[in-house]
Design a protein around this ligand. Structure first.
Ligand SMILES: Nc1ncnc2c1ncn2[C@@H]1O[C@H](COP(=O)(O)OP(=O)(O)O)[C@@H](O)[C@H]1O
Ligand SMILES: [Mg+2]
Length: 453
């Protein structure tokens, strides 16, 4: 996300039971401000309050320069997507290098130079690194080794629930943890007392709210916001109950946003639907979406998934086609994003073209996993493609000769982030995407397996 809505950060609701974690983060920030750069690995289950805590820290450090970036759980990501987010905010040489298509060593060097030389504390946030592409994990390694002497607080958040034993993130976490400047912080769900406080005058029985939510703050607050008379069995039900109260127009926009990704340009939604901005206002007022500069995003990935999975397959295909056309008209240069929508719209020739280009760029940035995934996608469509497209796929294959075997596929529509119930594992092929997430969250049907890569 380009810039976090500052207003939302300043006026956010109070956080319960986070004083010790906040004090710890402030301590690391003070050390970083004193020239002892820190990498903080902030972990916890989906919805436990990692992002909310970092946003809260932002209020405590108004003089620092904040840059936010995130990894997207929807599709095989553009390599170094978070670095491009940071470049948009930091501007200067980094933005220029990104536009020039510089190699990754130069991009890494430029980013480090820019955040270490500003003369103020730089806080750099990389959210949700359980979805990070391989090059982004390398970027974190690069930075973690060079933070000494830099006035930089680097915060990386991730879900620690359901990480497979062979997940690349585990290896990365091991590497990052061995650096002197690295600190770890973990968040636990809320206690029964905190849930009772949140339940306040809602009329809902606090013990039942706690029993069903397990103290997961997202689930608790979603139930309360939905104003339900009974605690629903899952966060998904609470989200859908809220969505059901929207006007038809707003619901349509919400569905489109859900299929577009963790964040979506407001103008894209307007272009695809033709609805006036007032429809978006309704969604922002409902709290299902939050504003983020020129972008909007779901309050949480769990909410996005709940809405996305309720969209019928045939309608989803049409929506992806419309989003693809709108992105094209905007001159979108993110081939990975285009390839995802093209495949989801069943537009084989276009998917092949963008997947081949995305594979090329991923290989160039040494993001081998993403190169291999795009190359696989290109091949799936190569048989029916034009001569040009087939050549593009072959070129991608050659360029990706260094790619490692893809032992498991990485994502698939929403499945990549699919919350799974306690103790349950995805049926097949879910990769880390669908690995176990918090027990409070109901499994989301994986109806769009077609999109799995
Ligand atoms: N300590 C807390 N007290 C009260 N509400 C919280 C707390 N932490 C998070 N929340 C609520 O839960 C929601 C989900 O938190 P979020 O930070 O997005 O989760 P995560 O980033 O860990 O997935 C937030 O939007 C906020 O409304
Ligand atoms: Mg988060």
């Amino acid at each position: 996300m380009r810039v976090r809505g500052k207003q939302a950060i300043e006026t956010g609701p109070p956080l319960l039971e986070r004083e010790p974690s906040l004090a710890l983060l402030n301590e690391y920030a003070a050390q970083a401000a004193g020239g002892e750069g820190r990498l903080v690995l902030l972990s916890g289950e989906a919805g436990v309050g990692k992002s909310a805590l970092v946003e809260r820290l932002c209020r405590d450090l108004p003089d620092a320069r904040w840059s936010w970036s995130m990894c997207d759980g929807l599709f095989t990501p553009r390599p170094l997507g978070p670095l491009f987010d940071l470049a948009d905010q930091l501007g200067g040489a980094l933005l220029e290098r990104c536009r020039d298509g510089a190699d990754r060593e130069e991009l890494f060097r430029t980013l480090l130079g820019q955040v270490s030389a500003s003369g103020v504390l730089d806080v750099v946030v990389v959210e949700d690194i359980h979805w990070a592409d391989e090059a982004t994990l390398d970027l974190l390694r690069y930075l973690s080794r060079r933070l000494r002497g830099a006035e930089v607080l680097l915060i990386a958040t991730y879900r620690d629930d359901g990480l497979a034993a062979n997940d690349p993130l585990r290896v990365t976490l091991g590497d990052l943890g061995s650096q002197r400047g690295t600190r770890r912080a973990g968040l636990m769900p809320l206690s029964p007392e905190a849930v009772r406080t949140l339940a306040g005058g809602s009329g809902l029985p606090a013990p039942e709210l706690y029993r069903l939510t397990g103290g997961n703050p997202f689930y608790v607050t979603e139930v309360l916001r939905a104003g339900m008379e009974e605690v629903p069995p899952s966060a998904r039900d609470a989200v859908l109950a809220r969505a059901a109260r929207l006007s038809d127009d707003a619901r349509e926009v919400l569905d489109i946003a859900a299929l577009t990704g963790a964040r979506v340009e407001a103008r894209l939604l307007e272009s695809v639907t033709g609805y006036p901005p007032s429809v978006l206002d309704e969604l922002l007022e409902s709290g299902l979406l939050v504003g983020d500069g020129a972008w909007v995003r779901f309050r949480h990935e769990i909410a996005r998934l709940a809405v996305a999975h309720a969209v019928a397959g045939h309608r989803g295909q049409v929506i992806h086609g419309l989003v693809l056309a709108a992105l094209r008209s905007f001159g979108c240069d993110d081939d990975a994003r285009m390839a995802f929508h093209a495949e989801s719209a069943d537009d084989g020739a276009t998917a092949l073209r963008y997947a081949a280009a995305a594979a090329d760029r991923a290989a160039q940035l040494k993001s081998h996993r993403e190169a291999a995934a795009q190359y696989e996608r290109a091949l799936r469509f190569a048989a029916g493609g034009s001569g040009d497209a087939r050549r593009a796929a072959r070129r991608a294959r050659r360029r990706d000769s260094a790619a490692r075997p893809v032992g498991r596929r990485r994502d698939g529509g929403g499945a990549r982030a699919g919350p799974v119930a306690r103790g349950r594992r995805p049926a097949a092929g879910g990769g880390r995407a669908a690995a176990a997430v918090p027990h409070q969250v109901e499994p989301v049907p994986r109806s769009r397996g077609r999109r799995r890569r």
